[in-house]
Design a protein around this ligand. Structure first.
Ligand SMILES: NC(=O)c1ccc[n+]([C@@H]2O[C@H](COP(=O)([O-])OP(=O)(O)OC[C@H]3O[C@@H](n4cnc5c(N)ncnc54)[C@H](O)[C@@H]3O)[C@@H](O)[C@H]2O)c1
Length: 222
């Protein structure tokens, strides 16, 4: 992630920034101008010491007794997340999940936009999803180059995942969000992040059943 490369901040901190940013935007929309780390901690269920430590990587963002200026934090994190720059995305696999993602199309994030969706099933190619035409994977390389896309979301079933990922990498994709749980192999210059809902749910249930109800646990640390 560019965040780590530029500022050399810990991986776990980098992973929490999008979460901080999202909640701060919600606070700003509710006209909250400043917030203390304790209050923010309550809101996002991350220990306040972790929040203070994370924020400290970006300089003096708050003042003791005053808290943090919400709009300033949004500016800082927004810059870090490069929200000013639009990030075009491709989805590979226009099945149930791929279509659902394209329909939602990151409504709450102005800079993230699915601009192309691909499949290899002739019956699906040419259909429309939320105003985007499903294109053949054969055209993947041409389309992503024309649109300047370097990030893709893979929603093909696990057994086809490696093939699909190879194709994406050959075409020049350098960041892949993979919804199929099976691990794929990629060159060192390519990042893959997995979203495995089953594991997330099992972890949640484990903590629910093994810790007291007021125990705060932090998935985003993982
Ligand atoms: N549907 C969900 O709610 C959901 C939720 C979480 C994770 N997942 C995971 O996401 C993956 C996709 O799930 P789904 O329900 O959308 O499946 P799906 O079968 O509805 O869709 C998969 C699509 O991928 C296409 N495809 C297959 N190989 C391809 C290739 N090489 N290139 C391009 N397209 C290709 C298929 O033609 C199909 O349209 C699975 O691994 C699943 O476990 C699904």
């Amino acid at each position: 992630m560019a965040v780590e490369a530029e500022l050399k901040i810990p991986n776990a901190t980098a992973k929490r920034i999008p979460l901080y940013y999202r909640y701060l935007r919600t606070l700003a929309e509710s006209n909250v101008e400043r917030i203390k780390s304790q209050e923010f901690s309550q809101l996002i269920q991350i220990p306040s010491a972790t929040i203070r430590r994370d924020f400290s990587h970006f300089g003096e963002l708050g003042r003791s007794g005053y808290g943090y200026d919400v709009s300033y934090l949004i500016e800082v994190f927004g810059h870090i997340l490069n929200t000013q720059v639009k990030k075009p995305l491709a989805v590979v696999g226009a099945g149930d999940l791929g279509k659902a993602l394209a329909k939602n199309n990151f409504r709450r994030n102005d800079n993230l936009q699915i601009e192309a969706i691909f499949d290899n099933n002739p019956e699906i190619i040419g259909t429309m999803v939320n105003g985007i035409e499903v294109q053949s994977v054969k055209d993947f390389s041409k389309v992503i180059k024309a649109k300047g896309i370097t990030t893709a979301i893979s929603t093909v079933p696990s057994k086809y995942s490696q093939d699909a990922v190879n194709h994406m990498v050959e075409a020049g994709i350098t960041a892949i969000l993979n919804f199929a749980p099976g691990r794929v192999t990629v060159p060192d210059n390519v990042k893959v992040q997995y979203i495995d809902l089953t594991t997330e749910l099992q972890t949640l249930i484990y903590f629910d059943e093994n810790f007291s109800s007021n125990h705060q646990f932090n998935f985003s640390n993982q």
